[in-house]
Design a protein around this ligand. Structure first.
Ligand code: RP5
Length: 169
């Protein structure tokens, strides 16, 4: 898997199961496109609750600035992490094989009680990509190089749409 042992990563990407990796690879690859090597781990709120609490409470000390947490089904991972840290947490709801097409995970991730936010993105691949871009946007507030890369991403997306539009008859 794309995990690395670099404890200096500014972004952590954690997921509830290896079955989430196929989708979350998009998130990892997008971060790498911005030059960010994420700290990647499989941690489950339900199957490894102690590891989840330990990771969340120690993340800031490791130098992590943003945590992306993805899970399917009763997706409590992002919320459980947010409960233990003041770092921004981005939740990615996933459509698990035995789940309810991701709607179960979406509601479990987004419906946090007041005072414990999880910035929740869309279900699946688009959400996985947006989680990475949102993490970069947070980091770019104090990083001009990342801010420049974001500006270039927006410009290339606009160019892409214009190109598609131009091919319409
Ligand atoms: C969640 O349960 C995981 O995030 C995964 O999306 C789902 C199913 O996990 P597996 O049974 O495939 O390991 O905790």
């Amino acid at each position: 898997m794309a995990a690395n042992k670099n404890s200096k990563s500014s972004v952590a990407v954690i997921m509830g199961s290896d079955s989430d990796l196929a989708i979350m690879q998009t998130c990892i690859d997008t971060l790498k496109d911005f030059g960010i090597q994420p700290f990647v781990r499989i941690i489950s709120a339900h199957r490894t609750p102690k590891a989840a609490a330990q990771f969340a409470s120690g993340a800031a000390k490791k130098g992590i600035k943003v945590i992306i947490a993805a899970a399917g089904m009763a997706a409590h991972l992002a919320g459980a992490i947010a409960a233990q840290t003041t770092l921004p947490v981005i939740g990615v709801p996933l459509a698990a094989k035995e789940g309810l097409a991701g709607l179960d995970a979406l509601l479990s991730t987004v419906q946090m009680p007041g005072g414990v936010p999880v910035a929740t993105v869309a279900i699946g691949k688009a959400g996985a990509k947006n989680a990475a871009v949102l993490a970069v946007q947070i980091l770019a507030l104090s990083d001009k190089t990342l801010a420049g890369k974001l500006t270039r991403l927006k410009a290339s997306q606009a160019k892409e749409v214009a190109k598609k539009n131009a091919t319409l008859k």
